[in-house]
Structure formats: structure tokens, C-alpha cells
Design a protein. Structure first.
Length: 414
């Protein structure tokens, strides 16, 4: 039998795959990365259309996020987005105007959020937690939408206990930053020096201990001693990649048990800056809007998570844009409509190489994330944001950490 061509073959050139490959290459290993799309970055997807637009990840979440190490080494410029509930500038809009009682609503939301991060009780849903918490019905309405937009899942589906644990162990910090030249400058930097084959969608993984043959839809075939799989949970659920022999039952149980959410983003290019706010909560399908004012044209970004995102995705781009324009007009007044120059809606659940936005922690998740990250023999590894065990799931820094942890596990064996 021929010696495999590579020490490690990585499936997927998203953040986790690139971070893993970079670490392995730095250790002198022979590595190849196979990527289905004709671009790298996965759920980091900067579009250079009328300036810089982020279809996927937009912020570095936290002043201590692992991402900073790369930002500094690549010399990328950043700008802080001040949106936390403790800072001025978070407003609520309804019936054509910013609500005068915005501060009261914000206090209610803060009560909900602080209570949630302190929660140490049984595994109940965030929805049940909010009912038990003594906050107004409107406070609950906005808190539910806020959490759904962050998690990409409705509050009935998300575990309050898990959210609280992640909050407790997370080390990334609370501030948020844009990479003003575009998030993909970071993935471009991560990809330097790595052998990546684009437009190589993997269809079959045939493996035995210490040997993997990977076949692509374009019929190319590669061999390696080990493979690292980084495709999103949503893609695994499609079973579009076959494994022979089949992966352990506990792995597939993990795929089913970890939550995988849905999110969509709207970009509205404006002829003049919107009224001053950092974050606008609406009552529409797009729950939140924030301004991006550092490009040539002012932009408003709308965000939806959970079943609202799925509804918007299903209606198609044109209809979703119309909904978004009505949402923002309902929140700020109809004059904003005349200031909209162009619009785009970016979706993820209908993207065959993502099949959703990012993972969340549902009820009864048990040890699913750990099970997913447990190597199969010393040959097959799964990594990505969904396996992060430091409270950083569903983020770019979480994916960097997961990819690097997997590289460490491999390097410890070879
Ligand atoms: C709308 C949205 C907004 C977000 N906002 C933020 C944010 O502001 N800040 C933040 O930190 N995070 C954010 N995230 C989350 C962040 O983008 C992800 O957690 C992170 O990018 C995931 O990286 P990954 O490497 O685990 O997965 P991915 O980036 O999905 O990488 C997996 C790769 O596998 C490839 N692939 C799939 N199938 C195959 C196949 N058969 N063969 C070969 N390759 C395949 C995919 O094309 C992809 O490139 C956001 C995500 C979305 C969708």
C-alpha cells in the first residue's frame, strides 16, 4: 500500500479548518485543505459591494478574544461598536418613532440578561426562565427577541442553564469590534502558506486506523494519515458526506443533540446617516438594526435569528428586503424609506455548505459537544465552533480555539 500523500487532510477552509491547518503547517506537517466553495472563510464572508459588507460574522466579540492575536500580527484596523446595555445609544422603535420609554425597556432587558447569567438551576428553557423572572410582558418580548437573535434560535429551544455556564466560563470579554477592512482579511491571513484546494466538495471518507482516503464530488481523491472534518453541524445533518466505516453512534447523537440555528442579515445603504443610535430594537421580523458609519456610504444592518430568520429566508430576497424596509420604517418613521439607496439580504439556512448559521445549546444537550470533539481512533477528528468547550461557541474566536485545540491533539500523537 502506498504511503499517504499528506500527514493531515482538513475538510473545510473556514476559520477552524484554517487555524488547525496553520498550526500543523507551522509544526512542519504535510497538510492539505479541501474546500467545497470557490472561496475560503466559510461563515466569515465579506462582500465587497458598495464598500465592505459582512454577510456572516461581523464583530470580534470581546476585548480578550483569541482573534486579537491574529488582528495584531496581521496589522488589521478595528473600530469599537458601543452597543452594550450599559452604554447610551440602545433604543426601541415602534409606530414610526423611537420610544420615549426606551430606557425603561432597557432596564427590563438588563434584569432578564443579568438574571440569566446568574442562573444555576435545572435545565429549563430561556422562555421558561423569563416567565419565572419578574419582568414586564414587553420586557420579556424584547428580551426573547434579543436572545433569539444572539443564539439564532427561539428562546423555547435554548437552555438557560447552558447559557449561564457558557457565560461563567467565557474569557473573551464584553466589548465588540469591527475589522474595518473586512473580516476576510483575517481569514486571508490565516490561509497564508497553506495548500488549499477550492471547489473540492468532499463526498466520501474511507478510513482505517492511520489512513484516510477522501473523495470529492469532482472525482479527485486524496490520501492522508488523518483527517480533520470541520463542516458545520447543519451540513453533517444532511448526510451528504459518507463515511466508511460509519462514524460511531455517539458522534451522530452529538450531531442531533447540539442545536444549530438560523440567522439572516439585511444591509441597507443610505443616502445619509440614520438618527443617532448604536442599536435599535424593533417589533418586526428583523429584531435589531445597527449602523455602520465608517464606509463611504452610511449603512444600516438588520439582523434576525431563529424562526424569524427562517421565515425571512423562505420568502426570498426581494420580499425579505421589503419586510426589512417596513421594519425599519416602523421603528424610525417612513422618511427613512426615501434614504435607502440599495439593499441586500444574506441568508444561511439555504446555503448548502452551511445549512444554518451557528450552534446553540438546547435543552438536554448532555455531553454532545464533547462527544463531537472526541477523535475517532487517532485518525478522524471533528472540530469547529460547535465543539468549543471554553464558552465561546458560535463565534469566530471559538472556531479559532477549537481548530487549534484539534491541531494540538494531533501533534501530541505524531
Ligand atoms: C449571520 C452570521 C453572523 C455571525 N456573526 C458573528 C460575529 O459577529 N462574530 C463572531 O465571532 N461570529 C459570528 N458568527 C459565527 C462565525 O461566523 C462562526 O462561528 C465561524 O465562522 C465558524 O467557523 P467554522 O470553521 O467552525 O465553520 P465554517 O466557517 O462553516 O467552515 C466550514 C467550512 O467547511 C466547508 N464545507 C462544507 N461542506 C463541505 C464539503 N462537503 N467539502 C469541503 N468543504 C465543505 C464550508 O464551505 C466552510 O468553508 C456569525 C455567523 C453567521 C452565519
Amino acid at each position: 500500500m502506498n504511503e499517504p500523500d499528506y500527514d493531515v487532510l482538513v475538510i473545510g477552509a473556514g476559520v477552524a479548518g484554517l487555524a488547525c491547518a496553520q498550526q500543523l503547517v507551522a509544526a512542519g506537517k504535510r497538510v492539505i485543505v479541501l474546500e467545497a466553495r470557490n472561496r475560503i472563510g466559510g461563515r466569515v464572508h465579506t462582500i465587497r459591494e458598495r464598500g465592505v459588507v459582512e454577510a456572516g460574522a461581523e464583530f470580534i466579540h470581546g476585548e480578550n478574544a483569541t482573534t486579537w492575536e491574529l488582528v495584531h500580527s496581521l496589522g488589521l484596523k478595528t473600530l469599537e461598536w458601543h452597543h452594550s446595555m450599559d452604554e447610551p445609544g440602545r433604543v426601541f422603535g415602534k409606530n414610526g418613532a423611537i420610544r420615549a420609554d426606551s430606557q425603561t425597556l432597557l432596564e427590563e432587558m438588563k434584569k432578564a440578561e443579568e438574571g440569566l447569567s446568574m442562573y444555576r438551576g435545572p435545565d429549563i428553557s430561556v422562555a421558561d426562565f423569563l416567565v419565572a423572572k419578574n419582568i414586564s410582558e414587553e420586557g420579556r418580548f424584547y428580551a426573547s427577541r434579543h436572545i433569539a437573535d444572539i443564539e439564532g434560535a427561539n428562546v423555547e429551544q435554548v437552555s438557560a442553564a447552558r447559557l449561564a455556564i457558557d457565560d461563567k466560563i467565557a474569557t473573551n470579554g464584553t466589548r465588540n469590534f469591527w475589522i474595518t477592512e473586512g473580516y476576510n482579511r483575517l481569514t486571508d491571513g490565516l490561509a497564508r502558506g497553506i495548500d488549499i484546494k477550492l471547489a473540492h466538495a468532499v463526498s466520501d471518507v474511507i478510513w482505517s486506523e492511520g489512513r484516510v482516503i477522501v473523495r470529492c464530488k469532482n472525482e479527485n481523491e486524496f490520501t492522508a494519515h488523518r483527517a480533520v472534518l470541520t463542516v458545520p453541524i447543519g451540513v453533517l445533518r444532511q448526510h451528504s458526506i459518507t463515511f466508511s466505516p460509519e462514524l460511531p453512534v455517539v458522534f451522530w447523537q452529538g450531531v442531533d443533540k447540539v442545536g444549530f440555528g438560523d440567522s439572516s442579515k439585511l444591509t441597507l445603504w443610505l443616502s445619509k446617516p440614520p438618527p443617532e443610535f448604536n442599536m435599535l430594537d424593533t417589533a418586526g421580523l428583523f429584531g435589531h438594526f445597527w449602523p455602520r458609519l465608517f464606509g463611504e456610504e452610511p449603512v444600516l444592518v438588520g439582523f434576525s435569528g431563529g424562526s424569524r430568520a427562517t421565515e425571512l429566508t423562505k420568502m426570498g430576497e426581494k420580499a425579505a428586503i421589503e419586510v426589512g424596509i417596513e421594519d425599519v420604517a416602523d421603528a424610525l418613521g417612513s422618511t427613512i424609506k426615501k434614504q435607502i439607496l440599495a439593499a441586500r439580504h444574506f441568508t444561511w439556512s439555504d446555503d448548502q455548505y452551511a445549512c444554518g448559521s451557528y450552534s446553540y445549546s438546547p435543552l438536554h444537550m448532555d455531553s454532545a459537544r464533547e462527544d463531537l470533539g472526541t477523535p475517532v481512533g487517532h485518525t478522524l477528528y471533528y472540530t469547529g465552533e460547535a465543539t468549543n468547550n471554553g464558552g465561546h461557541v458560535g463565534t469566530v474566536h471559538g472556531a479559532i480555539e477549537a481548530g487549534r485545540d484539534t491541531a494540538d491533539k494531533i501533534l501530541a500523537r505524531i
